[in-house]
Structures are given as C-alpha cells and as structure tokens.
Design a protein around this ligand. Structure first.
Ligand SMILES: [Zn+2]
Length: 136
C-alpha cells in the first residue's frame, strides 16, 4: 500500500470515528430533550393541581408559594414549545448549513440532514427545520 492510500485510509477511519462520536452526541441530545419534555409536562400538571386546590381551599397560598408558582409559570412560558425547531439554511455555494442558533454545519457527503439521520440540531438540540429541502 503506498503512502497516499495509507493516509487516505487513516483519514477515513478518523472521519468514521468522528461521525460515530457525533451520532452518540445527537442521541444524548435527543434523550435530554425527551427528559426535558417529561419534566415540563409534570410541572404543568403540578401547577394545574396546585391551582385547583388553591381555588378550593379557603386559606390563601403562602406568599412564597405564590412566588414559586409565578417563577414556574415564567420558566414554562420561556420553555421552547415542543414543536419549536432550529432553521438550517443551506449556502448554495459551499453546501454548508447555517443554523438559526449560530453554528455552521457541513455535511461531508452533501445531501440533506435527514439523509444522514440528522433530525435534531447538534448545537441547540431542537428539531431541524431545513428550508429548501424537499419534504412531502
Ligand atoms: Zn440549532
């Protein structure tokens, strides 16, 4: 095997390792996102339950309780909606994608994120909204 082929093989192996790393990273993002959605759902339920009880009980909620409730509501309203996504815009010249969250992503083999099994932005963890891609 000549040196060039060896070098190419080495680069190929490194790329494969990097790709595997990225896929693990995305899977972690996905898990974190799912957990976040679960916790958010539980918090919403807890808020509703507390509100319901508060309406039935004659005694006023403690001021600290009211503050906590308003903080939870504020946090929930800031929480990205489940459908929220990160817009990826493709640069026609370079083929690289600019992400709405400020990263640049170049798919080595070209193509659309979906073809590479990429559904979530590696940078912000939101679902990818790749404009210009042909979706059904
Ligand atoms: Zn993003």
């Amino acid at each position: 095997m000549n040196e060039t082929l060896k070098a190419a093989g080495h680069i190929g192996a490194e790329l494969a390792a990097a790709k595997a790393d990225l896929q693990r990273e995305m899977e972690r993002h996905r898990k974190t996102w799912r957990q976040l959605e679960q916790v958010t759902g539980l918090l919403r339920e807890a808020c509703e339950l507390i509100q319901e009880q508060d309406a039935r009980i004659e005694v006023d909620m403690l001021p600290a309780g009211r503050v906590l409730m308003s903080r939870i509501r504020a946090a929930l309203s800031q929480q990205a909606e489940p459908q929220s996504s990160c817009k990826w815009t493709r640069d026609e010249d370079t083929g690289a994608y600019g992400t709405a969250c400020g990263a640049t992503w170049h798919l080595i083999d070209g193509g659309e994120p979906e073809e590479h099994g990429q559904y979530y932005c590696h940078h912000c963890g939101k679902q990818i909204d790749d404009e210009g891609a042909d979706h059904e």
